[in-house]
Ligand binder design. Structure first.
Ligand SMILES: Nc1ncnc2c1ncn2[C@@H]1O[C@H](COP(=O)(O)OP(=O)(O)OP(=O)(O)O)[C@@H](O)[C@H]1O
Ligand SMILES: [Mg+2]
Length: 672
């Protein structure tokens, strides 16, 4: 149906975007300045590029083959052995077939009556046919093994990557380079399978070359080196053209990523509303078009360069082939080689040339895959070093005192420490609160206390035991966290709670999540879903259901309650909750605090009034501490923030309102 408006039909399609003025397309304006090493991007790859010459390739070939071998060996030993045996056998059969052709031709070209010559040629002809049939059978069997090997290599590579990605220290993920490299490694992982495939292809070609070369060597020794020479120009051309494509790919990597990023945001569900509200569609589309056009131009440039290389290679190769056949004619003419052998030589030359050409093309692709796979290998090595070493000593279960002392922490690639020497103490049976303005270091300190980050200097101890010396898993085992940025798992509602402690779901059964859901009022939400606890919350998919921000937050809270650990860390647990749900949650937190250690981080200062101790953080330092009454009795950040918030709940004539930061805490002690 055609859409209409008051002014008539609305065109269904937009005008093709035109390139905006150059000033509008300023990459720095749009994407921001990137760090120094990003301004000269891919210096690492530039180096790689310089190392992709023919000599380097030859030097690295053994390493490349070794890598492919070890990958295939790990993925499917039996398959690999069968594959090699099949390939070598196929080569022998091919050589036997060529020699049988020579036999048949010799018999046919002999003097005598034709029926007799044919009869004499018959056994050799039968051998030729048998060799061909056997070769096809072997090729089919090889393919069968190959289809098994590929997916297995894929699995081995990805499982190793995912295993490390879930075990490396969380701190690594704060380093953009690590995340960047992980991205490259994920794409590089797919090259492992192709590398193995290339290596098999190369083995196949090598065996075929050996068969053809062996036969040619038997016929006349000069033919073999000539054959090799004839293929070199082609080889040179395909090598140059692969390098050209690779260099261009590396140079365009940043553009490609920006295009990818734009495409993702233009089609992502979470951006759809903002794109429309702000009328961003045209801007993004123009930006995308500019990048796509640049990309097109570059691809045309590369295509032209490759065509030039191919043309030169093929022309010189053709000439060289002329020399080979010329030599063959000379040999026949001089009577050095019988005619029958000449016929076989033509076949062997054809086989050898096609196998050599195939080998060179495969070598190129293999090398490219080797480079991409290098990203994967480099990340695996890097991440392997970032997995915390297991420690013998375990943390005390149910600690009475959790203490951070003089903790300093700086995020990777930042200059200012997020924490600059912080000392705090949490005791069992108490609710301790962290308050402070945005960016004052509350979440960072919470993550350090939760055993996720290790401080640069200073210590975190449980009942006097320094956590630096204990197994980090044993620390986290005793902690339950409601993170500020919790994950909305694309799984069932039940599992979204059970992720708090999967082992408990297995031990106590599916209904064990219900009490936790009731305690945080998540049950109220889940029970209304079409399949209750079994409703899928994978909103990205057709059958998934979405929840509101506050409904999700109730589930995040239920998750932490389900975990049921002696230390509870709640970072902004009520940011999206309605007043009633918030009230329930804070009552619950206080109840949990009776026999647990509870840390509460919140900007809703009304709810920290009952905390046993409040730490006020400011610029990575503890600016003040005490209970609510103590902090309200003196000027400072707490009293200022509290008063400011409380004033919003009181009906005042604007004319009477006192400026923010004045001492009104006593009057406004009940902000809600
Ligand atoms: N992953 C990170 N990488 C680099 N810097 C970070 C990272 N996370 C936080 N920071 C910086 O560390 C400082 C403290 O951040 P933190 O998240 O601890 O603040 P916060 O007190 O929890 O703030 P909010 O009230 O907004 O949650 C901030 O200056 C912030 O920019
Ligand atoms: Mg925070």
């Amino acid at each position: 149906m055609e859409r209409t408006s008051e002014n008539g039909p609305v065109p269904a399609q937009r005008k093709a975007p035109s390139a905006p003025p150059a000033a509008e397309h300023d990459p720095v304006l749009t994407y921001g300045k990137e760090d120094d090493d990003r301004v000269r991007p891919w210096s690492r790859h530039d180096r790689t590029m310089a190392e992709t010459g023919v000599r380097t390739l030859a030097r690295r070939l053994p390493g490349l083959l070794r890598l492919a071998w070890s990958l295939a060996w790990e993925a499917d030993r039996a398959g690999l052995v069968v594959m090699v045996v099949l390939r070598v056998f196929a080569g022998v059969v091919e050589a036997a077939g060529l020699l049988a052709v020579a036999g048949a031709l010799t018999a046919v070209l002999r003097d005598g009556p034709t029926p007799q010559r044919l009869r004499e040629a018959l056994p050799a002809l039968v051998l030729v046919v048998a060799a061909e049939v056997l070769r096809s059978g072997l090729a089919a069997a090889t393919n069968l093994v190959r289809v098994r090997l590929g997916p297995r290599v894929d699995r081995v590579c990805l499982v190793r990557l995912l295993d490390l990605a879930t075990r490396t220290s969380i701190m690594a993920f704060d380093d953009p380079r690590f995340v960047d490299d992980l991205d490259a490694a994920e794409r590089g992982a797919a090259s492992g399978r192709q590398l193995v495939d290339n290596a098999i292809e190369m083995l196949t070609s090598a065996v075929r070359i050996a068969a053809a070369g062996g036969v040619l060597g038997v016929l006349h020794p000069v033919l073999l080196p000539l054959l090799v020479l004839s293929i070199l120009p082609d080889g040179w051309a395909s090598l140059r053209s692969a390098r050209l494509a690779h260099a261009s790919w590396l140079g365009r990597l940043r553009q490609v990523r920006r295009q990818y990023m734009l495409r993702y945001h233009m089609t992502a569900r979470e951006c759809a509303a903002e794109i429309r509200s702000f009328g961003l569609g045209r801007f993004l589309l123009d930006e995308y078009t500019i990048l796509a056009r640049e990309q097109e131009a570059e691809q045309v440039r590369v295509g032209r360069g490759q065509a030039r290389y191919r043309l030169t290679g093929e022309a010189v190769s053709g000439l060289a082939l002329g020399v080979v056949y010329g030599t063959l004619i000379l040999l026949l003419n001089a009577g050095v080689m019988p005619l029958a052998a000449g016929g076989t030589a033509v076949l062997a030359i054809r086989t050898g040339r096609s196998a050599l050409a195939q080998a060179l093309t495969t070598l190129n692709t293999a090398y490219e895959n080797f480079l991409y796979f290098g990203e994967y290998r480099a990340w695996i090595a890097q991440a392997g070093g970032l997995v915390p070493a297991p420690r013998e000593q375990v943390a005390p279960a149910r600690p009475v005192v959790v203490r951070a002392e003089n903790v300093v922490y700086t995020y990777p690639r930042t200059d200012t420490p997020a924490l600059r020497g912080v000392t705090v103490e949490l005791r069992r049976g108490e609710v301790v609160a962290f308050v402070g303005v945005n960016g004052s270091g509350k979440s960072t300190l919470a993550k350090i206390l939760a055993g996720l980050y290790e401080p640069d200097t200073g210590t975190v101890s449980w009942d006097g035991v320094d956590l630096a010396g204990v197994d980090p898993d044993s620390v986290r085992e005793n902690i339950s966290v409601i993170p500020q940025d919790y994950t909305q798992w694309p799984m069932s509602a039940r599992l979204n709670i059970a992720v708090g402690r999967i082992s408990r779901l297995l031990a106590d059964g599916p209904d064990s999540v219900i009490p936790a859901a009731r305690a945080t009022e998540a049950a109220e939400v889940i029970e209304k879903l079409p399949h209750g606890y079994d409703t899928s919350l994978a909103r990205q998919y057709n059958s998934g259901h979405d929840l509101s921000g506050g409904q999700w937050q109730r589930i995040a809270c239920a998750r932490a309650v389900y975990r049921d650990a002696p230390v509870l860390i709640a970072d902004e647990p009520s940011a999206a909750l309605d007043a009633r749900a918030e009230q329930t949650l804070f009552t619950l937190i206080r109840e949990l605090g009776r026999d647990r250690t509870v840390l509460l981080i919140t900007h809703r200062l009304a709810s920290v009034r009952t905390a046993d101790r409040i730490y006020v953080l400011d610029g990575g330092l503890v600016a003040d501490q005490g209970n609510h009454a103590e902090l309200m009795s003196r000027p400072g950040i707490y009293r200022e923030l509290f008063t400011l918030q409380a004033s919003q709940y009181v009906d005042t004539d604007p004319a009477d309102a006192e400026p923010a930061g004045t001492d009104r805490g006593d009057v406004l002690d009940a902000p809600r």
